[in-house]
Every structure is written in C-alpha cells, then in structure tokens.
Ligand binder design. Structure first.
Ligand SMILES: Cc1ncc(COP(=O)(O)O)c(C=O)c1O
Length: 497
C-alpha cells in the first residue's frame, strides 16, 4: 500500500478537517511530492490513520477529483492525475526546481532591471501564466467558433509551397502584406490615420508595451496609468523603474484634471479609451481632447490600447484617439488576441513616422521579428475578408451571450450580485454586497472550478466597491448557466458564514 501523504491536522484551525486534507494533498501534488500516477490510500485507511470520519476524507478526495488533481480508476483506487491541467504545473514548476536544486554558493548580481524582476517574479508569473479556460475567465474569444477550416486551408498553402521570402530572416517591422491589410482595416474601422509604413507587427500588446516602456521611460520618470487598470501594463512599466502615477477613472474615463495635479513631469500616459479596462467606460470626446492637450503641454506621449474595440453592440463607436491627434503624440496598440486567439501572439503598433526607426531598431534587437508564416496566413485571412466576417459573427454571438449572462445572474444570484448589461466589451462586472470580499469569492470560486477575477486586483490606490469580472464571450448558454449555479453556491456559503 502506498504511503499516505504527510498530513498533520490542526484541530484548532478555522479550516474544516476535510479542507486541511485537501490543501495538504493539493500542495504535495503541486510541489512534486506526490507525482502524477501515484496511488492515494483508500479513504477508509487514510481516515483511520488520521483519526477522522471516512466522510471527511471522501469530501477532500471528491474536491480534488472535481478539480482535476486526482482521478479514480474503476476497481483500482484513486491516483494523482496523469495529466495535470497545465496551469497547475505552471504554478509549481519553479517551486519544484527550488525543492530539487542543491543550494549554490555563488553570488548573483543582477542589473537594476533584473533585480526588479526578481523581486516581483512570483507575482508577475501569477499574472501572466497559462490558464485553463473555465467560466468566467474574461477577455477570451469563443475559440471553438473560430473558422479553423478556412485558417487551415490558407496555412496549408503557405506551408506547402512557401516562397523564400517567408522562410528567410524577415523584416523587423513585419511582413509587408500584413502591415498593408492592418492599415486598411484600421482606417475603415477605427479612423486611425496612418500609412502601412507606420505599422510594426509585434508579439501581441505585451511586447508592444514593453518596447514603448524601454524606449520612453528612464528610472524615476512618471508614467500615468488608469486606476483601476490593466495589470499587463502596470507590470511592464513597474519593471522599467519608472514612477507609476495612478489616475482615477470617472464616468468620462481617465480623469485628466486629476492627472495634471498628480504628475508635473509625466513622460507617458497609458489609456484604454474605447472601453476602459476593466470598468468599461468609453472616454468622452472632451476628455480625449483635454488629454491630448495635456500631453502636448508636457511633451509626453499617449499609449492608446485599443484591445477590444471590435466588440461594440449598440451605439456608434468613437473613432480612435490616434485619429484626433495632429501632433504625433499617440502610439496606437492593437492585438489579434481578442479577435482570433491569444496563443497566436500577434499584435501591432502604429507609431508616429519620425519614431519608426528607433522602434524598428528596438524590435530588431528584441527578437528580430514575429514568425513570418503566421503573419502571411493572417494577412490573407484579413485581405480575403474572413476576418471581417468572423468579427461580425462573433459580435452577434457575444451580444447574445452577454444577455444570457445577465439573465442567469439575475435568476440564480438575485441580490447577491449586481450585474448590468453593457453596450460593448467581453466582460461585465458583478458588484458584490457590502462586507463580501471579492478576493475571497475569487479564491473560493476557483476551488469550485470557476475563474472570477476580483476587481480589487486591478486597483492601485483606488477603493472601489468589491466586484468580479464576468467574462462571457468564450462560454455557451449551458456553461454560463452551470457557472452561475456554482457561483450561487459559493456566494450562499460565504454569506452564511
Ligand atoms: C487592456 C488589455 N490590453 C491588451 C490585452 C491583450 O494583450 P495581448 O495582445 O498581449 O494578448 C488585454 C488582454 O486581456 C487587455 O485586457
């Protein structure tokens, strides 16, 4: 019979006994102490060894089975899952390394940048690790609705007879037909004023922001960020050593007056004007103009992150901030993560013409360029109008999914979660009743197999009512309904405590 995992129960702890057993086994799996395929003792035996009722052990095992850490094999017993969900392993990989490596005696002297990363690496990796797609993870497209047949046909053509132009080293700024296709799309859909020569293809928004941060920011200079705001941007700009200036959001978006008072020497301002992340406010025209005016006065640059402007369900979208800028102060950032799928890692920058050279040089030094065949396939997907067709289809579907989410939230959660429909975006915010912590709900919901980001995680100084991000775009009616039922159970349990 295999050894039971090392479990010490604390009778005085607030955590129920089944929870302590669950946690110890889960931790042992994550740290590699209990490897995949290892058999666990029968519940009756473990209960006896620990001096608890068999039900206590059964409850812990059932929770671990439901979350995918364990698997039952008929007649043989309970085992650590052969294929642990990727996200679990991601979280534990470095911990396992730490456990197994002999401590080294050498001294590690890192650069200032390296030291900043080392101080925050656990948090950064938690923010940017792989995730399993479960309701209500936000910001993920309906991946299973993507026209893979069309994509595969185009890809097959490029892979079967690739010209040398897509196999040799490519251009740092990107594959020319893709830059052409994006310029046409942006002029028509977003009122962006640019030539294809101002476009740089990047590996998503993340790389675009990293290039901007390194080109514009020096240690201790000011960068203004939306508060609450996008963690991807906050992590990058923090790593540059710049001073983060959090600026509150009101019902017109980024509060320029407030920013003026807080930062006298701002270099860079990061905004999401078409759909503020995460609150969903659209920045008013008056605010846009006053933001550009302020940037002019300070000789600062504005980053416009237009990450999901394609998803507007009613009302006319405001054209891009970049289109209003006559002074070359706006750097526009776009991504295909929300329209195609995030693993593609393709996005782009629209850069004022006089800054193209320095951006191209930074891109070349970073990683030369994005993979060229993927760029070629995407260019054809756009120019043959499949992209526009796909977005149109998804827009209609997401609007329906949003309605389903609102209805199911009202039906299952009533006053436990305040959810209102929105005209745009890929998630809604569910506001919690006073006294219920969004972080606790998020933690408990994760144990029930849900992914609900707490709004407080996006706040820097801002104190908002507690709330949860409810992504709806990636889930059909059945999954939304099941997810809401699970969330109702979690919230009822918390409210009763
Ligand atoms: C505000 C914002 N910008 C950009 C992105 C996309 O980032 P990337 O293009 O690196 O996948 C996201 C994704 O969640 C986002 O929320």
């Amino acid at each position: 019979m295999p050894h039971p995992p090392f479990i010490t129960l604390d009778e005085k702890s607030d955590a129920p006994l089944y929870r302590q057993i669950y946690e110890t086994i889960r931790r042992s799996i994550l740290s590699g102490g209990l490897p995949s395929g290892r058999q666990l003792p029968a519940s009756r035996l473990l209960a006896k060894q620990l001096g608890v009722s068999r039900m206590t052990v059964v409850n812990a095992y059932e929770q671990l089975l439901a979350e995918g850490y364990l698997e039952g094999r008929a007649g043989a017993g309970t085992f650590v899952a052969a294929h642990l969900p990727e996200e679990f392993l991601q979280a534990s990989g470095f911990e396992r390394l730490e456990l197994q490596e002999k401590p080294l005696t050498r001294k590690v002297i890192l650069s200032e940048y390296g030291s900043k990363l080392a101080q925050n690496s656990k948090i950064i990796l938690r923010h940017h690790g792989a995730t399993a797609l479960v309701p209500f993870q936000h910001g993920v497209a309906a991946i299973d609705e993507f026209p893979f047949g069309v994509w595969a046909k185009i890809a097959q053509k490029w892979h079967k007879r690739p010209p040398t132009s897509v196999l040799n080293y490519g251009d740092a700024v990107g594959f020319q037909p893709l830059r052409d296709a994006i310029a046409v799309h942006l002029a028509a859909a977003r009122g962006v004023r640019c030539t294809p020569e101002q476009i740089i293809i990047t590996n998503g928004t993340q790389q675009a922001l990293d290039l901007i941060g390194r080109i514009f920011l020096s240690e201790s200079e000011d960068v203004c960020l939306e508060d609450p705001g996008y963690i991807g941007a906050r992590d990058i700009f923090t790593a540059t050593g710049a001073r983060i200036v959090p600026v509150p959001i009101d019902d017109e978006g980024f509060d320029v007056q407030n920013a003026r008072k807080r930062s006298l020497k701002t270099r860079l301002i990061y905004v999401t004007p078409s759909h503020q992340f995460p609150l969903g406010v659209t920045m008013s025209l008056a605010r846009r103009l006053s933001l550009l005016e302020w940037a002019r006065e300070r000789d600062a640059f504005v980053i416009e992150d237009d990450y999901n402007s394609e998803y507007r369900y009613s009302g006319r979208p405001l054209a891009s901030l970049q289109g209003l800028d006559g002074d070359g102060r706006v750097i526009y950032v776009g991504t295909f993560s929300k329209t195609i799928f995030p693993a593609l890692r393709l996005g782009y920058l629209v850069v004022p013409a006089d800054l193209m050279e320095v951006f191209a040089a930074a891109r070349a030094l970073t990683d030369l360029h994005s993979p060229v065949i993927e760029q070629a396939v995407l260019a054809e997907f756009i120019s043959e109008r499949h992209f526009a067709r796909h977005i149109r289809r998804m827009r209609a579907m997401y609007e329906e999914r949003q309605q389903t989410l609102v209805e199911e939230a009202r039906k299952n959660l009533g006053s436990m979660l305040d959810v209102t429909a929105a005209k745009a975006g890929m998630h809604l915010i569910g506001w919690l009743p006073d006294g219920i912590s969004d972080r606790e709900v998020s933690r408990r919901a994760a144990e029930a197999g849900l992914n609900l980001a707490p709004i407080s995680a996006y706040c820097i100084n801002q104190k908002l009512r507690d709330g949860l991000l409810l992504g709806y775009t990636a889930y059909d009616e059945k999954h939304i309904r099941q997810g809401m039922k699970k969330l109702a159970r979690v919230l009822t349990e918390i409210a009763q405590h």
